[in-house]
Design a protein around this ligand. Structure first.
Ligand code: SF4
Length: 417
């Protein structure tokens, strides 16, 4: 039913019907109090620095130098303080803060601590607020882990991509399987209870037996959250430009996906949270991911980040040097802002289905019939199924989630055009 698989959720998100908004209008909106008693929100901080640049990576990042990092952190702290003065945020409670990158732990941990302190001083954080930092294998050092824990980080997401040495070399990663297993011992001995990881699959990276081995480490090393990605050949990444990998056959890609999905869902206590993410559900190890999937507000700071406050969305420039060098230190200086048109307000929740994997049957009844018929159509293709309470994505539906999002968005646009 679909054309090429949409592998990156960012590709499908780009189709959300949005219209540009003047920054002054966005500022005026932020001066108002939230309309409803708000549920807890989450915060994202982008730290775009790495020690070296990986071949497959398309994220916003540069090689970090101390003088630049210092200026960047100063700006972030200023932005956090500035935003805290707006009425929109005075009474909001934040249940998760996420440091993403780049490699947030590449910068001196003192900087992370300073940012967390500014957030704690200016925003209401829930008592058990989840504070995550992404970590590279390189950063897994006993002292660093201890410093991070003492700075307030309580959840670690370590980017491994594959435990297989050959696959790692193909991705331009320098650490071998032995290095990772050695460092995994440090993770086990650390004070962190919630440690998550990610793996990337592609038939030219691992054969199926090697993929099975990769997956087995999720249990044996005691991870409590896991992100699963196909290898995406982003046009601006070195990996795509050097032509080492070909586009995977879709049936073979599905076989790899299904092996991983079956493996994880058979682990005790694990469930899928989004089409790409899984976690130990009972232990609530993925507050940030859950909230983002449920379309909660995201207050985002830093280069290349994107935030969402009610019906407004904003993106901050991904040009790190321009961001740092801009003499205007305002949060709004390097930003573009958009809003969802009013006509879409009542139907935008339809997109919870491909993002949060389910939508309430009761809730779906509020949609116009023309949109509700899509549920029957998706069901006839075995992409969704239903329980008494919910429509939910099937295993094959989760594999095609990006395309389902795209399809539903285009149906919404058609309905109102
Ligand atoms: S994969 Fe991570 S460490 Fe590598 S360049 Fe991208 S952000 Fe940096």
């Amino acid at each position: 039913m679909f054309g090429p698989r949409i592998r990156s959720r960012y590709d499908s998100r780009a189709r959300i019907p949005l219209k540009p908004v003047e920054l002054n209008d966005f500022r005026d909106f932020l001066k108002t109090k939230p309309k409803n008693d708000p549920d807890s929100s989450v915060m994202y901080i982008h730290i775009p620095f790495c020690s070296r640049l990986c071949d497959f990576c398309a994220y916003t990042k540069i090689i970090g130098e101390e003088s630049i990092i210092k200026l960047y952190v100063q700006k972030i702290k200023q932005h956090i303080k500035q935003l805290s003065n707006y009425a929109q945020f005075k009474e909001k409670v934040y249940s998760a803060v996420y440091f993403g990158g780049g490699s947030p732990c590449y910068i001196n941990t003192q900087y992370i601590r300073e940012i967390i302190e500014v957030i704690q001083d200016h925003f209401n954080l829930q008592n058990d607020c989840e504070i995550t930092a992404e970590l590279t294998v390189e950063d897994i050092q006993a002292e660093k882990l201890d410093q991070l824990h003492r700075s307030g980080i309580n959840r670690i997401s370590v980017g491994i991509q594959s435990f297989n040495t050959k696959a790692r070399q193909l991705l331009g990663r320098i650490h071998t399987q032995e290095d990772i297993l050695e460092r995994a011992e440090l993770l086990k001995e650390s004070a962190f209870e919630t440690i998550c990881t990610d793996l990337i699959y592609h038939p030219e990276l691992q054969n199926k037996s090697e993929w099975k081995d990769d997956l087995s480490y999720i249990k044996s090393l005691g991870f409590s959250g896991f992100s699963l990605y196909p290898l995406i050949l982003f046009p601006n990444s070195k990996l795509s430009q050097n032509g080492v990998f070909s586009e995977a056959d879709i049936q073979v890609e599905y076989d790899y996906y299904r092996m991983a999905d079956n493996y994880i869902l058979n682990l005790s206590g694990w469930d899928s949270i989004t089409p790409h993410q899984y976690g130990l559900f009972d232990e609530n190890t993925s507050e940030y991911i859950l909230k983002v999937a449920e379309q909660s507000d995201i207050l985002a700071f830093g280069c290349g980040s994107g935030g969402r406050i009610e019906n407004y969305q904003y993106v901050i420039t991904n040009d790190v040097n321009a961001f740092i060098q801009n003499p205007d230190n305002s949060f709004f200086a390097d930003m573009s802002c958009f809003s969802v048109s009013k006509k879409y307000y009542n139907v935008s929740n339809l997109l919870l289905l491909p993002e949060a994997l389910k939508i309430g049957i009761q809730e779906s009844k509020q949609f116009p019939d023309k949109l509700r018929y899509n549920f029957d159509y998706l069901k006839s293709k075995s992409l969704i199924d239903e329980t008494e309470k919910n429509y939910y994505l099937t295993q094959i539906g989760r594999f095609w989630a990006g395309n389902i999002a795209d399809y539903l968005r285009s149906e919404i646009i058609k309905l109102f055009s």
